[in-house]
Design a binder for this molecule. Structure first.
Ligand SMILES: *Cc1c(COP(=O)(O)O)cnc(C)c1O
Length: 863
């Protein structure tokens, strides 16, 4: 493509080229200048009119650049710009979009708090900004967009990757090939952040024997600023320039360096720009280093000890964990970790032994665990669905020895959601807008779930035919898109043209279309549907009721098993009976995801429970009337409603995975054959599949309202942000008085804790083994508190099930009744409220009404 304003000089044939750098600004005419402004705020990406505007400039370049308006404006010819300048209708629409953006931003100049700083390794905001790999990133991206829409005061920090995550092609024999393309930062919506003297804002991070420099970029996500750090600078050594080259690339050492840049550098960057927040939200353990940096800062600024600073910063840290298995937590070997982080012991004024225990459950472990660090430095922790909250308690209980998982008051959950304007098709949004828009407040502080749910119920007023036509339009668009993708010369497909022609001719815009697209991690079990190929053959090739499956997804470059799965699906898709019935679309990205979740009739998800912490692609489907069919794992445990999708059995029946897979495959086939396919193909006299339409309406009415980022944002406010900001304010008030007091008190208690003596225990007057349910049995414990007061030491009795798994049954608190000769007497009318055989235990624990919760000071003494 010829660039405007550059002259090409013909070189003599044998001349060695010498290149000099010039930067050629695109020639957007003044009248069209608003286009440039709009292109620099990702707000355009969830605004249909803005999107349409760009597409109209040049649909071909729009597709070629993967919907990148900045590149589009650069590549548009002067002739085309002149035409647009003369196109009054275009100019008017452009002005309207510009006005809307500016009004949107104006309304967000003053926001209600608490102000949140959000830290994440990846953000999925738009296909053109390749700083995401999968679910975690998309979630973070959706969350920022929601923060902007909901008028939340938020800043976010991440890394700017030169190569980002890879582009996927599949070789002729089905191997995944990863392509890394260097990003031109002038082509993406990032801008250098300048200080008041016009200098680029940079920060430094000390690494062994050197200092690494990072510069700060910013991205406008509506009213939210996302700051991205970049170490690919000439001033850095080659190995350090590499730090921000790849998302999840390189070795463990590079990962550690990335996390140092994100966590330590992220806080430094905010400091340097004079930005502070009331809540610091750690999205996954990768960002846990922010806690260390915040402590060090505070120790210098307010002259606090390590323990005091810890009290102060913990109160405002929230840690979101996305991991359902211990191996999923990021951890660094001692030697590596010490080489990079040793300096922190001096900075924080603690010994190495103390320091490393921030990331371990016992000193003998040889890895420093970032999730443990995040948990230790955060007042609250949350999993990303109800089930995952529970799983997180089980994973983290290691840190709180003596407690049962369900006792962890500090570990809660917020179920992930999706940003509705990003994922819902414009056609659905037009229909929904009629009833949603007027009834719902924009501001998250005025939002309530009940009125949102009520609004969505209006979907039942929409005619069946309208619902069905909308779905059919979107399915046809998906099929059209797939055809383009397969024939597009820009996208390499190393496949036999005859196979492609046959596959495309068999694709059917009216057939029941089932989507399965996600990261190819083996736990997601993409292979399940292929366990019985004869049966699958019969399902997809039934001439009256055809079914087609669309697969897509990337496997991590280091995940051989995941790549083999892709290869296997490629092989299946080439068998004569499956050509055009089972398709694999390469290079799953946000754009493909959007078209798939909108166009499929059913979204299938078959993870091994409970390994899908939440999952979000099914939620995106739900926003588009795409019916969900999944194992009851992650969000679907909460989302599934009868006649609004299908659930595979919840309980695990087999320990042997292969048997479990067999059973699950069986129920997938029978649900397809007996429920899904008949519902889809049953038509009324007008040719409308009324049963199916009912399912779609139920999905909108009963499921969709609960899985938006709006609901998710509201939950973060209600369950975490507001309470933490409140408590944190108290902790830091009066020059950190409460932080100092609390640290002092904890030191006092831990000083004498192991000396506390149990002088006497009398349970229920000596009766053993025969208690009557509901009856009171006076019991007594006498302690020598070694100078602590009865207000500072609690005694409780806890009752649990006697069989594995041990489950909490009840808890009763002893009351201190008197202190005599230094002995404190505690009393309890023991009253068992359930019959059965149980185990009980007595525990002594430190008490202080200013503690955030029991795990804030996790001492326990069992007697
Ligand atoms: C939504 C999305 C994901 C996450 O999907 P899951 O169902 O959570 O696995 C991954 N990649 C892309 C491109 C997405 O849009």
């Amino acid at each position: 493509m010829e660039k405007q304003g550059v002259r090409f000089v013909k070189l003599p044939d044998n001349a060695e080229p010498t290149w000099k750098k010039i930067i050629v600004e695109s020639n957007v005419p003044e009248l069209l200048e608003p286009l440039r402004v709009i292109s620099r705020n990702l707000w355009w990406s969830w605004n249909d009119d803005a999107r349409k505007l760009f597409e109209e400039i040049d649909p071909e370049i729009w597709e070629q650049t993967a919907h990148n308006p900045i590149q589009l404006l650069e590549e548009t010819s002067l002739e085309r710009f002149s035409e647009l300048e003369a196109d009054m209708s275009f100019i008017l629409r452009m002005k309207e979009v510009e006005a809307r953006l500016s009004q949107y931003l104006n309304e967000r100049k003053e926001l209600l708090g608490p102000k949140v700083a959000y830290f994440s390794m990846e953000y999925g905001l738009h296909t053109s900004l390749k700083i995401y790999s999968g679910g975690l990133g998309i979630l973070a991206g959706d969350y920022l967009k929601e923060a902007s829409d909901s008028k939340v005061e938020m800043v976010a920090v991440g890394l700017l990757y030169r190569f980002g995550y890879f582009k996927q092609t599949i070789s002729a024999n089905g191997e995944q090939v990863a392509h890394y393309e260097a990003e031109h930062f002038t082509h993406i919506p990032v801008q250098p952040v300048m200080d008041e003297n016009g200098n680029w804002v940079t920060i430094t991070i000390e690494m062994p024997g050197r200092t690494v420099l990072a510069q700060v970029w910013s991205v406008n996500v509506g009213s939210v600023k996302l700051f991205l750090l970049d170490t690919d600078l000439e001033a850095n050594q080659e190995q350090d320039r590499f730090i921000t080259h790849h998302l999840y690339g390189g070795d463990n050492e590079n990962r550690l360096k990335q996390e140092m840049v994100l966590g330590l550098g992220g806080i430094r960057a905010l400091e340097k720009m004079g930005i502070s927040a009331e809540i610091y939200h750690i999205n996954e353990g990768h960002a846990a280093f922010i806690g260390l940096e915040r402590m060090w800062n505070l120790q210098q600024k307010a002259n606090l000890t390590f323990a005091e600073a810890k009290e102060a910063i913990r109160a405002s840290n929230l840690f979101t964990t996305h991991t359902p298995v211990p191996a999923g937590h990021d951890a660094f070997h001692d030697d590596l970790f010490r080489a990079y982080m040793e300096k922190f012991t001096d900075r924080l004024g603690i010994s190495w032994d103390e320091f490393e225990m921030l990331g371990k459950t016992n000193p003998h472990e040889d890895h420093f665990n970032m999730s443990f660090l995040a948990a230790n430095l955060s007042e609250r922790i949350n999993g990303v669905s109800r089930l995952h909250g529970r799983v997180s308690q089980e994973l983290l209980v290691e840190l709180y020895k003596g407690f049962l998982p369900e006792e962890l008051e500090n570990v809660g959950y917020v179920t992930n959601g999706v940003h509705y304007p990003t994922w819902a098709a414009p056609e659905w949004r037009k229909i929904h807008e009629k009833f949603l828009k007027e009834e719902l407040p924009e501001d998250i502080h005025d939002y309530d779930e009940a009125s949102e749910a009520r609004a969505w119920k209006n979907i039942y007023k929409v005619e069946d035919g309208v619902i069905w036509n909308t779905k059919s339009t979107l399915r046809a668009r998906l099929i059209e898109y797939i055809k383009e993708r397969f024939t597009d010369t820009h996208i390499q497909r190393n496949e036999n043209p005859k196979f492609i022609a046959e596959a495309l001719s068999k694709l059917n815009p009216n057939a029941l279309t089932i989507g399965f697209a996600r990261r190819f991690a083996t736990y997601k079990r993409a292979h399940l549907i292929f366990r019985n190929l004869d049966r699958l053959d019969k399902i997809v090739n039934n001439p009256e009721r055809p079914v087609q499956f669309i697969f897509a997804g990337k496997a991590h470059p280091a995940d051989k098993a995941g790549q083999d799965l892709i290869k296997y699906i490629m092989e299946i898709s080439k068998r004569p009976e499956f050509v055009g019935k089972i398709l694999f679309i390469q290079n799953y990205d946000m754009n493909l995801a959007k078209i798939m979740v909108q166009g499929c009739d059913v979204w299938m998800n078959t993870p091994t429970r409970p390994l899908e912490a939440s999952g979000t692609s099914g939620e995106k489907g739900v926003m588009n009337g795409t019916l969900h069919f999944s194992v009851l794992d992650g969000w679907w445990v909460e989302g599934y409603k009868k006649d609004a999708g299908w659930a595979l059995n919840e309980e695990r029946s087999f320990d042997i995975q292969d048997l479990q897979d067999e059973l699950d495959a069986e129920s997938i086939y029978s649900t397809l054959e007996n429920e899904i396919i008949p519902a889809y193909y049953y038509r009324n006299e007008k040719g409308v599949p009324v049963l199916w339409v009912d399912f779609i309406k139920n999905t909108f009415a009963e499921v969709a309202p609960y899985f938006t980022t709006r609901r998710m944002m509201r939950d973060y406010f209600d369950r975490f942000y507001i309470k933490q900001a409140e408590r944190s304010k108290g902790i830091v008030a009066e020059d950190y008085r409460h932080a100092r007091d609390m640290a002092q008190w904890k030191a006092k208690v831990s000083g004498v804790w192991s000396d506390i003596e149990v002088v006497n225990v009398q349970l229920a007057d000596g009766i053993t083994n025969s208690y009557k349910m509901g009856q009171d049995y006076p019991s007594k414990v006498v302690l020598d508190l070694k100078g602590l007061t009865p207000e500072e030491v609690g005694v409780e009795m806890i009752v649990v099930t006697s069989d594995e798994p041990v489950e909490f049954v009840q808890k009763q608190e002893f009351t201190p009744v008197k202190t005599e000769n230094g002995m404190t007497h505690y009393q309890l009318d023991l009253n068992l409220k359930q019959s059965g055989t149980f185990n009980y235990g007595l525990r002594v624990y430190p008490k202080n009404e200013n503690l955030a919760h029991r795990q804030d000071f996790r001492y326990l003494r069992w007697i």
